[in-house]
Design a protein around this ligand. Sequence first.
Ligand SMILES: [Fe+2]
Ligand SMILES: [Fe+2]
Length: 409
Amino acid sequence: MLKKIKVSALKPGMHLHELCGPWLAHPFWRNHFTLTDPADIQRIHDSKIEEVWIDISKGDDVAPAPAEAARPEAMSTTEILMAAEIGHAPASRQVPMAEEVSRAAAICAQANKAVVSMFREVRMGKAVNTESVGRLVDEISNSVMRNPGALISLARLKMADNYTYMHSVAVCALMISLARHLDLDEAEVREAGMAGLMHDLGKALIPLDVLNKPGKLTDTEFDVIKRHPAEGHRLLLESGTASAVMLDVCLHHHEKVDGTGYPDRLADAQISLFAKMGAVCDVYDAITSNRPYKRGWDPAESIRKMTEWSKGYFDQRVFQAFIKSIGIYPIGSLVRLSSGRLAVVVELSEKSLLAPRVRVFFSTKSQTRIMPETIDLASPGVSEKIVGHEDPGKWGFTDLDAMWSGQAV
Ligand SMILES: [Fe+2]
Ligand SMILES: [Fe+2]
């Protein structure tokens, strides 16, 4: 049976019968086949084709509309996210979240202190010694190895006065996890972590009233901020201890693949893998973090937004690996389940990025809190599914982070 659907609704598993549109716009020489490769779906998205015929007797149908007011994900975005899901699972963990979270909190606090003192020394005109933070990066790396979600999620939680320092710790942990998902060797994983920790060192030389200004920056102030990659690069060069990767990520983590970034407006091929990794990790942590003047975005919303921007902004392979490392619904995301209940993501699944462990706590039907319950959505007997993410600000929940961290935050 044939069904005409929007290109945005295409999913792996559907049997493509016909593409609707001029032949010139066709990305394929053939019409009838079952979609298995997410790259094929992406090619259709990239073409001028807007609608297709699918044969639902030979492949999957479109999913039924989610229950009641569920907000479905924008499908074109979802398809890019699905590509991360296909054939891959998050890195395996050695210990459960509950076991790693307090150890990770102690490492975060220690790392925050180290970055604070490094920035202070730079402001006093002292040279940095990048080797002194090597052991700290190893500690962060070991925590991420034991459980990738714990330290990464904790480092997202920031106080108004420690943003810049904790951001360095967060980007360090994100870089380590991403490097492992890109199959880099352990020496390169360590380099990536060191580079993440040091990437914003130049901000130590930016006047605090500009750096921490609430609200929109003037063009002049933004020009001042834009000096931090070059300033950091100079500081690292002067240290005499920084590796080539650290120097490169520090200078180029604000470059974009479409050539509109700064400071050098480098284009795709001119930007190194490590700098591309830095760009993705930097943006994710920046938009998910609370600032004095704005609340951070929900992690799942941030992944969705970054997917929308990803074409001009990020290297696609690096971005896909990043989604694999952090999840489509990262820890701390507020999600709506097919039953209409709301839940917070508490741990990623090793089986599927779409089926994490969640803590269910609210019924949208009765509009009341319910007895919290943890469900593993990847468990064989569980039929509940995530139908979309929700804006925590809209619901006014203030205890989501306590639900996944098990700590008062
Ligand atoms: Fe930066
Ligand atoms: Fe940054």
